[in-house]
Design a protein around this ligand. Structure first.
Ligand SMILES: [Zn+2]
Length: 171
């Protein structure tokens, strides 16, 4: 094993450690996640809220930490949750990971008992909508003024990639 895939065992261990710090008093379903970015591991856990929809998944919290540290590319990710069946990333988290992961980025998810599944982001979320779609639309919008409100398109393009480096361009 070489490359990011070889880091999956370490990512799973980090996710398991993070899971112990989850705040999940309502569901009782603790989840930990860890992502690899720039050679470093960023881990998070789910944080629930008494206003249920405001709860945040472990994967999203880990991705946010990596992004906040300045990374714009996530090379691999791991999730630990569930007692029997390994808890796969939810649909929303697959989309959040797709913002920073290539389709071939390895993803592992495991139950707290250790059974694990290894796959890729592209297998979890095939043919996803991503940064390239918006950047292409923004480029087309700047060439043609006949398609909808230009102000909106410009603000969408401007709102992306603060602090220099934007979203990953090659996927
Ligand atoms: Zn999720």
């Amino acid at each position: 094993m070489e490359g990011p895939r070889s880091r999956l065992p370490a990512l799973l261990r980090a996710a398991a450690r993070a899971r112990a710090r989850a705040y999940a008093p309502y569901s009782g379903f603790a989840v930990g996640a860890a992502v690899l970015a720039g050679g470093r591991i960023y881990a998070g856990a789910n944080v629930e809220n008494s206003a249920y929809p405001l709860s945040a998944c472990a994967e999203r919290n880990a991705v946010a930490l990596a992004a906040f540290a300045g990374h714009r590319r996530i090379e691999a990710a791991a999730v630990v949750g569930g007692e029997g069946r390994p808890a796969a990333p939810c649909g929303g988290c697959r989309q959040v990971l797709a913002e920073f992961c290539a389709a071939d980025a390895p993803i592992a998810y495991a139950s707290s008992k250790g059974r694990s599944v290894t796959t890729t982001l592209g297998a979890l979320l095939p043919d996803s909508f991503g940064p390239a779609d918006l950047l292409k639309a923004a480029a087309e919008g700047s060439r043609s003024s006949s398609k909808g409100p230009p102000g909106r398109r410009r603000s969408a393009a401007r709102g992306r990639g603060t602090r220099g480096s934007g979203p990953p361009r090659s996927r």
